[in-house]
Every structure is written in structure tokens, then in C-alpha cells.
Design a protein around this ligand. Structure first.
Ligand code: ZN
Length: 528
């Protein structure tokens, strides 16, 4: 009986298609699990990044202070070559130092909200009459010309607020995990490199970024020229005191500066709007202090390494972005991914096993403004996308693992359209399914034509192995992602401990594997 079980066990470890079985180092796995679950530091990393250093708008003093603290922490673990690596130019950085907002007439009520990024302060307390002046395009400017001086302008129509009838937090069910391994709509997959889409399928909706930025800049100039006191909206999502909002102005020093701008919870916004609609001329007071930093126009990434023992020129990377928005403390976006990467690399420094390849952590800047830190990094170190002229580092980058979907535990990983990788990852997952990572998705994923979503796509964009973990969504979309509630207490300790264990396990396997992981075909300069 015992012998038969052993045979079955060996059979189960054999991958399909006659590929090489991956050796599973249970000794290393046990050491990783012990560190991750019995000696975890992950919430301590998060405490510093979120509670101590606060929101980390790209390039701001908070962001830099957090980065400099991380350099010291990584050096204390024995990492080498730890430094802030500049990229850019990025533009102005910004942070706020004070926010006070209140309805003052017809009676007093404090307002829940915060200033929008790259907008100025009020130079002390200011009070003005609120007016409802929705702006959807440049054509709306004519309606309000000459009428906005000294006013608090409400930039959008009141929001229809709906009762919440569903749980705000969600873990992926087994059915959802299985569904994500399937191709829902093959017409959207494209036909490979240089291929087209199914012509019969409707084109995907693409927001014209240039038009959106032009409207922002034109609106900034119009409101500023009109002498608006403060401009107000209710953000991009949320209610019940949770305000999701990001930028109002621009980091580009050549773009126009808007008046002070804030986002407030829609219940407060709607109350002011209803008072306006009833002709009661409500008054609102704000006292906002912000600072724009122009002296250093460059961004930076935090980078550090555990040198490899026998194949030090081959590199396995892990990380996430460290920059955040300003409403909360960037705890789940992306204090968690940063803390998990720091914890995973701490765990790897404690193992009594050599790693042949160099392991490099990178905590990106400028992700929130369009994956800027990772896009600059991969094009400097590996290949500029427009020429695909490879550096000597290109052939030596084994893989990059990214964590940037909030606090949720890792339930799967994407194989990025590579069946060989799928088989390898499934074998690495097999001894840790009790940690609830069960699924390899993306077996038929299309190549990355444009980076988007998060930093792993900057790697896959130039044909390198950039992997992202699939995480339980928890409250990411409903409560924390870019909101004033993106705070330490919304992070689930057990989930980030699990993430650190799994990230360390994947990096360990990659760094000790006999060969580098298989790659997809290298894109050509012309085929995006
Ligand atoms: Zn993020």
C-alpha cells in the first residue's frame, strides 16, 4: 500500500507532455514558511511605509523618505548595491499639509474629503458661495464665463447614491478561479505578434488620453482665469465617507495651474448641490495648504540585490510600486506589494541554501502616472521598445514577479501565454495549495502590446517574463483603491504573510532552477 502510494505520488508529479519534472526543495519551502508565518516582519514594513511615511505621491518628500528608510532596511538584511535609481524627467512633485473644509451657511457641517494632486492651497481660510457649474467639455465654458469669481464651483452634477446591498469584501470562489483559466471571448485575444483582431468583433473602447488631458488643462486655465475660489467634485468612486480621487492638476511644469481643487464624499457634495438648486446660496469654507516641489524633476526606483552564487549575471526580479495617491496612506496601493516584496527578500536572505542567480528587488516610482518608473527601467536596462535594440542584460533577465492588487492573498499567477511556464508554475504550486494558491491563468494570453494595469506589463511589453499574481479582491474596488480609506487597518495580515511566502517560493525556485524560465518570442521593433 505504501509502495503504491509512492508510485502514485511520483506519477502525479510528472507534468503533461513529457516535460522535465521540476525538483521541489521541501527543505527550502519549510524554511520559507517558518520565516513567513512564525517570524513575519511584513506588517512592520507596512507600518513604516503607510503609518509613518504616509501618502507617497510620486517624488514627494514622503515618497523619498519612505524610499530612504527602505534602503536602510534592505541594507540591514545584507542586500548589496541598494540605491535609489533615478529616471525621468517626471515633473513637479507635490504633497498637501493641511485640509479643512466645511459648509458654513445655512448651517455648519464639516466636509469629508481631501485636495486633488498638483493643485494649489488657499493661502489661509477662504469662504465663498457654492454654485453648480458642471463642465463636461470646453463648450461648457461659455455658459459660466464671468460668473465664477470668488465662487466655490461644483464641477459635476449631483451623484445618485445607491444603498449598498452586497458585501464590500470578496474572496474568489473555486468557480471564479476556474472561470479565470478559461478564454471568455477568443475574438479579443488577437492573432499573435503583428496579428489583427477578429474584424467582426466591436472595437474595444479606448479613452483618448490626449483629449482627456487637454480638457483637464483647458479647464484648469478657464477656472483659474475666472478667479474661482475652490473647485469641488465627489471623486471617481465611493460614498459613505469613502472618497476615491487622484489628480486635479498636472505634474508637467508647462501645464496650467488650476485653482485649489478638492474631492468630498458624495453625500456632502449632494447636500451643497441641493441647497444651490433651492436658491439658498450656501457658503463653504476651505483652508488648504499644499506644496509643489520643482527643484528635482527626476523620479526614482528603489533597487537592491542578493548577489547570485554561481550565475550572478542572471537576474530574478521581484517588486511592486512604492508611490501612491494622497487620500489615504497608500496602504493597499501599494504598501502591501512593497511590504510583501521586502518581506520575501528578507525571507530569502535567511535561507541556508545558496541561490545561483542574483535576486533583485525593485520598488517602482511613477506607477500611478502610467507605469513610468518601470517603463524607464526596462528600456534603459534591457531594450528600448521603439528599437528593441537589446543590451547585454536583456538575455540575462530571467523573470520579474509583481504584486499590486491590494491586500488579498495570492490565489493564482499568470503564465503570460506560455504553456511551458504554465506547467512549471503548476508544479511549484503543487506543494503549497494548502495556502490557497491553486490556479495558473493566462495559458492563452495575448502578447502585451501596450503596458497597462501594473508594472509586470512593462517587462512583457519588451518580451521579458513579467508575472503578476492573481489576488483576492477583498475591498480593493469598494473601499481602498485610491481612496481616503487606503489605510493600514484595511490590510489583512494573514493575506500579506501568505503573499510573502509565495513570492519568496517563486523567486527561490526561479533563482535555483537549472535553466532560466522559458520566454515568449521577442517582439520586433515595428510590431507592438
Ligand atoms: Zn497600484
Amino acid at each position: 500500500m505504501k509502495k503504491q502510494l509512492l508510485v502514485l505520488g511520483l506519477f502525479a508529479a510528472m507534468p503533461l507532455g513529457g516535460q522535465q519534472a521540476e525538483p521541489i526543495d521541501l527543505g527550502a519551502l519549510n524554511e520559507i514558511k517558518w520565516q513567513a508565518f512564525n517570524n513575519s516582519q511584513v506588517m512592520d514594513h507596512l507600518f513604516y511605509i503607510s503609518d509613518v511615511y504616509g501618502p507617497r505621491v510620486n517624488g514627494s518628500p514622503n515618497h523619498r523618505a519612505a524610499a530612504e528608510w527602505i534602503v536602510k532596511r534592505l541594507e540591514s538584511y545584507g542586500l548589496k548595491n541598494v540605491h535609489l535609481e533615478p529616471w525621468g524627467p517626471f515633473g513637479n512633485s507635490w504633497q498637501y499639509k493641511k485640509f479643512y473644509g466645511a459648509l458654513t451657511e445655512p448651517n455648519y457641517a464639516p466636509l469629508i474629503g481631501f485636495p486633488l494632486a498638483w493643485t494649489p492651497g488657499t493661502n489661509g481660510p477662504v469662504t465663498g458661495e457654492a454654485v453648480l457649474t458642471p463642465i463636461h467639455s470646453q463648450a461648457d465654458f461659455a455658459k459660466y464665463k464671468g460668473k465664477l469669481k470668488g465662487k466655490v464651483v461644483l464641477l459635476v452634477e449631483p451623484k445618485t447614491v445607491l444603498m449598498h446591498t452586497e458585501a464590500e469584501a470578496h474572496r474568489l470562489t473555486d468557480e471564479e478561479l476556474v472561470a479565470r483559466t478559461k478564454v471568455a471571448d477568443p475574438s479579443r485575444l488577437g492573432l499573435g505578434f503583428g496579428g489583427g483582431r477578429n474584424a467582426a468583433a466591436p472595437p474595444p473602447v479606448v479613452l483618448d488620453r490626449n483629449a482627456a488631458l487637454k480638457l483637464r488643462n483647458d479647464t484648469s486655465k478657464f477656472l483659474s482665469d475666472e478667479g474661482v475660489l475652490v473647485a469641488v467634485n465627489y471623486g471617481t468612486n465611493g460614498d459613505g465617507g469613502t472618497v476615491f480621487a487622484t489628480w486635479g492638476g498636472s505634474q508637467n511644469p508647462d501645464d496650467p495651474t488650476p485653482p485649489p481643487m478638492v474631492a468630498i464624499t458624495p453625500e456632502h457634495y449632494n447636500r451643497i448641490a441641493r441647497l444651490v438648486q433651492h436658491g439658498m446660496a450656501p457658503k463653504v469654507t476651505f483652508d488648504i495648504e499644499t506644496e509643489t516641489y520643482k527643484s528635482d524633476q527626476m523620479g526614482f526606483n528603489v533597487v537592491g540585490e542578493i548577489p547570485g552564487t554561481t550565475k550572478a549575471d542572471e537576474v530574478v526580479m521581484l517588486g511592486g510600486h512604492l508611490d501612491s495617491w494622497q487620500g489615504g496612506t497608500g496602504a493597499t496601493d501599494n504598501g502591501t506589494g512593497s511590504s510583501v516584496a521586502i518581506e520575501a527578500i528578507r525571507i530569502l536572505t535567511t535561507l541556508h541554501k545558496p541561490m545561483a542567480r542574483t535576486v533583485r528587488i525593485a520598488l517602482w516610482g511613477g506607477e500611478e502616472e502610467g507605469l513610468l518608473g518601470s517603463k524607464f527601467y526596462v528600456q534603459k536596462h534591457f531594450a528600448p521598445r521603439d528599437t528593441m535594440k537589446q543590451t547585454s542584460e536583456y538575455a540575462k533577465l530571467d523573470a520579474y514577479y509583481n504584486d499590486d492588487t491590494g491586500s488579498g492573498r495570492f490565489r493564482g499567477i499568470s503564465a503570460n501565454g506560455n504553456l511551458l511556464t504554465k506547467s512549471i508554475f503548476e508544479q511549484w504550486i503543487s506543494p503549497i495549495k494548502d495556502l490557497e494558491i491553486t490556479t495558473v491563468i493566462g495559458a492563452t494570453a495575448a502578447p502585451t502590446r501596450e503596458p497597462g494595469g501594473t508594472d509586470s506589463t512593462s517587462f512583457s511589453w519588451i518580451g521579458l517574463n513579467g508575472y503578476g499574481f492573481m489576488q483576492d479582491p477583498l475591498e480593493y474596488g469598494t473601499r481602498t483603491h485610491h481612496s481616503n480609506m487606503d489605510l493600514y487597518d484595511r490590510v489583512q495580515q494573514g493575506d500579506v504573510m501568505q503573499g510573502a511566502a509565495i513570492e519568496a517560493w517563486f523567486v527561490y525556485n526561479t533563482a535555483t532552477r537549472s535553466e532560466m524560465l522559458p520566454r515568449n518570442p521577442t517582439p520586433t521593433a515595428t510590431a507592438k
